[in-house]
Design a protein around this ligand. Structure first.
Ligand SMILES: Cc1cc2nc3c(=O)[nH]c(=O)nc-3n(C[C@H](O)[C@H](O)[C@H](O)COP(=O)(O)OP(=O)(O)OC[C@H]3O[C@@H](n4cnc5c(N)ncnc54)[C@H](O)[C@@H]3O)c2cc1C
Length: 328
């Protein structure tokens, strides 16, 4: 019997959409395999009722309400996941590809002597032993990677699901885990707490991203992008120079050293389109670029382009959108 464990990541008690997607993707593969069972781990205080109607297939969700897991302490999480892997006899661990999993997965790989493949997408070939697909060379090529060790860890890119998942008929049970005891060396004082704004989607999960580059000119210039993102129900993203300048937080950085995104709509405002930025938006649905330079490389990948100054184009776009939304 193969046992898979899926880590369900929560923030402020809300389970991340990308983790639910990872669970449902794994269930799609497992559906026709009676020799495989799937469990999940949800760490930290969270209302499990939120998962009702979201998780497909069957399996057990192990949950711990311990305060030690409320915040993302990588040492605590690593120990909990490793112990849960052992407890359920899991040979394969799945994460959604998030900032937290990029921290936890390598730690677990070393601790468990497991093969780690990060940023994966899957198709049937993976299940048949053909390996999983991963973007390499800044997204210029796809590699097929096959794990070497018997224990495997995968982080799954958001929106990697191949088809809509059928939730009806799901059979999920929940089991509360015994608390872990931590030694004084394992308990760390809280140095600083950073809170994300509520109701704003994480850029890695957002279906609509309004991203700004250096050409926005200043931190204040992003007020236009915030307003546009609010009207569209999307998230604000940023290129690296914007983050380096301190105009936006690193959590919003998109690119090789930031987050990989796969929104349905990506609006690139005053972003030139260097390979390091484009590496992370290869899976975006529709790309719209606004740039005053007709020859900016972003136009090579954009589905729609507007050649113009963002400070003139964006206010007009916002006005049009406000009018449109008023009429609905
Ligand atoms: C190892 C490494 C990792 C990196 N990782 C990342 C990463 O994760 N993410 C990332 O983004 N970059 C990354 N970079 C940096 C990358 O090489 C580029 O420097 C960066 O992407 C450029 O950002 P930009 O497009 O905002 O700025 P620029 O390249 O300076 O482009 C600004 C654009 O704005 C346009 N513009 C200016 N003013 C206006 C206006 N008023 N109206 C309309 N358009 C205007 C200009 O025509 C120009 O095209 C990395 C680089 C290295 C070496």
């Amino acid at each position: 019997m193969n046992t898979f464990l899926v880590f369900l990541e929560q923030r402020e008690g809300v389970v991340k959409e990308a983790s639910i997607e990872a669970w449902n993707l794994v269930q799609e593969f497992v559906a026709l395999r009676p020799d495989t069972c799937v469990s999940a781990l949800l760490a930290g205080p969270a209302d499990i009722l939120q998962l009702d109607g979201c998780l497909a297939g069957k399996g057990v969700v192990y949950h711990t309400n311990e305060e030690a897991f409320r915040l993302c302490n990588p040492q605590h999480y690593t120990r909990l996941i490793a112990e849960t892997m052992k407890r359920v006899g899991a040979t394969t661990l799945f994460f959604a590809d998030t900032a937290l999993s990029r921290d936890l997965a390598p730690r677990l790989s070393v601790r468990l002597h497991a093969s780690l493949l990060s940023g994966c997408t899957f198709d049937q070939a993976w299940w048949d032993g053909g390996g999983c697909q991963r973007p390499v060379y800044s997204g210029a090529a796809m590699a097929i990677s096959v794990p070497r060790h018997s224990l495997k860890i995968y982080t799954i890119l958001p929106h990697a699901a191949s088809s809509a998942t059928i939730i009806s008929g799901a059979s999920i049970t929940f089991e509360l885990l015994e608390p872990l005891s931590f030694t004084s060396q394992e308990l760390f004082p809280l140095v600083r707490r950073m809170t994300m704004r509520k109701g704003v989607p994480d850029v890695a999960e957002a279906a609509i991203i309004v991203a700004g580059g250096r050409g926005m000119g200043s931190a204040e210039g992003f007020a236009l992008l915030e307003e546009l993102a609010r009207l569209l129900g999307g998230a604000v993203g940023a290129s690296r120079p914007v983050v380096d300048e301190g105009w936006r937080p690193h959590a919003e950085q998109i690119g090789q050293t930031g987050k990989t995104v796969a929104p349905a709509l990506y609006l690139a405002c005053a972003i030139s389109g260097t390979p390091q930025h484009l590496a992370a938006i290869g899976s975006a649905g529709t790309i719209v670029a606004i740039n005053r330079d007709l020859h900016a490389p972003i136009f090579d990948v954009a589905d729609y382009g507007i050649v113009g100054d963002v400070h003139l184009v964006l206010p007009k776009l916002i006005e049009e959108l406000q009018e449109f939304l008023k009429k609905r």
